[in-house]
Structure formats: C-alpha cells, structure tokens
Design a protein around this ligand. Structure first.
Ligand SMILES: [Zn+2]
Length: 290
C-alpha cells in the first residue's frame, strides 16, 4: 500500500546508505488504528505531511508504505543518519489490537530485512527512535510492553541465528580467512603506545557493545577512515573518535571463542600490527582459503 510518490510523505529521496532499522510504536491507541489504517493515512489526509514510515506492522500483517530504498520521515532527525540511512518500522499499539503479536511480527520483519543486508549481529543495527532524537519512542517497548528493548533485540538475533544459507551460519575455525563486512564507527581511540605502534580503536559493533577487555581494541594499522557509506576510504588517514571505518584486509583466525548466551556469534581472535585482538564474528565474513 505504497504512499503516493511526489508528496511530502514520500518525496522519492534515495536512502544514502544502510545503517540499520529504527523501531517505533505508533502511540496511536485509537480503536482500529491498525497497519492498514496507517497506510491509508499516508494516502489521504497525511500525504502532504512530512511524516512517514517504510513499514507499519500490526497483529496480522506488515504493510509497506515507502520502499526501503527511499527515505521515510520517521526518525525526526531531519537529514541525519536516522532518516537517511535506516529503514523504519512502526509497531501499531491500537487498543483493539494484540501488541504482543504486532511486536513479534516486527521482530520477524526486522530479521528478514537484516538477513537481506547480510547483517549477523542484530544489536549493532537496531535502533530505537529514541536513539536519534531522544523522543520517548518506541513508547510501549520502552515500558516493557509486551517486552523490553533487550528482549526485542535478542528475539531478532535468535531469528538471525536460526537462519540457514546466509552468512549467519558460517563457522569460523583456526586458520579461517576472514574480512570485515561493513562500515563501522570508531567509538574509542587509543593513541600509539608500546603495545599498539599505530594506535588502536574501540568499536562497539565488533565487541558486543563496548571494548571491555585489553584485547578488544583493534590495532589501527589495517583500518581505513571512510565516509559513513564506505566511500573515500583512506588507509593513511589520522583516525578520530566518531569517524567511520572499514577494512578490506584479509585476516587469518588465530583462535576462536564459541558462542555463548552473551556472545551469540562467537568471537574470533585476529592479529594486526603484531597484536592479537578479539572480534565479534558477526561483522566478519569468511573468504575462500587462498
Ligand atoms: Zn517513533
């Protein structure tokens, strides 16, 4: 039920990259305010309002209102990464609907999307609307209704883990050759020192939320500074906190830590600049042994 092209709700602007999925609740508790009703809003009285979403989900269905490759005005951050680089899912919380079924359907949809983009670690690619602007959204999930955010993320992760035939089922072993898959953010920075001759970076996407161990930092030698969409990669640039990075270098897995409840993808131990470092297997993909 696509919104009409060329109106304020769907200007036809291309998304400028893929950073993940932003989750919302409609906070529209009116009876009958289900997914179809919301899709009809964008085709009717809201078509010239700068508010829209890629998908709206209720207890029975997911409705696509704006194609995934087009910007929907849902995250409230203007031309920021939320609007320009994430796909939005609105979860209906109409009073005559089943919020648990609706949220479970959003889990399924989010997993389907992430799978198509080759994402294996859900936590790095799922955002609350709150992340972009501080808005109290998704209102229900933020109140544990029908379950909290961590549960939502882990349910999506469980779906990704259960997938066969995608990057999610790779099993890395000592000697596997791997590369980094994607563009990441530098969340922490270590200046050159005796252990890290080129310095090192801390990246939440590669170490389950925060680098807490001494070997969770990635030596900077093989890291390129780049734009958020991966363009303009510069392997000689000075790295700063907040920069985006990528890495095209091939690594050999030196050791592995098997998946656990808290580390569902497992951990690969890699080496660069003469130092070993730990990395979530999710952002890695295996390349053929050459
Ligand atoms: Zn929202």
């Amino acid at each position: 039920m696509l919104a009409p092209l060329g109106y304020k709700c769907r200007p036809g602007i291309s998304r400028t990259g893929f950073r993940g999925i932003t989750i919302h609740n409609t906070s529209n508790w009116n009876k009958g305010a289900n997914a179809i009703a919301h899709a009809n809003l964008l085709r009717g009285s809201w078509k010239n309002v700068t508010t829209s979403w890629n998908y709206v989900v209720d207890q029975d269905r997911a409705v696509r209102c704006v194609p995934e490759n087009e910007v929907a005005w849902c995250q409230g951050d203007g031309n920021g990464d939320g609007n320009m680089k994430t796909i939005s899912i609105e979860i209906c919380d109409n009073s005559d609907g089943d919020i648990r079924k609706a949220t479970d359907n959003a889990v399924e949809l989010a997993a389907q999307i992430l799978r198509r983009y080759g994402v294996t670690n859900a936590s790095g690619y799922l955002f609350q609307h709150n992340h972009w602007t501080g808005k109290d959204c998704p209102y229900d999930i933020r109140r544990g209704k029908p379950y909290d955010w961590n549960t939502f993320v882990s349910k999506v992760q469980a779906k990704l883990n259960g997938t066969s035939g995608s990057a999610g089922d790779q099993i890395l072993t000592v000697g596997s050759k791997v590369k980094f898959n994607g563009v990441f953010k530098i969340n922490e920075l270590i200046l050159p020192n005796s252990k890290y001759p080129n310095g090192a970076i801390g990246c939440y996407d590669t170490c389950y939320g925060s680098p807490c161990g001494v070997d969770d930092y990635i030596p900077s030698g093989p890291i390129a500074k780049c734009n958020s969409d991966g363009s303009n990669a510069n392997y000689n640039a000075i790295l700063n906190k907040g920069d985006y990075w990528k890495c095209d270098k091939e690594f050999t897995v030196k050791a592995v830590e098997l998946p656990t409840k808290y580390l569902p993808n497992g951990v690969a131990i890699l080496e660069a600049d003469g130092v070993r470092f730990r990395c979530d297997c999710g952002p890695l993909y295996e390349v053929a042994n050459s």
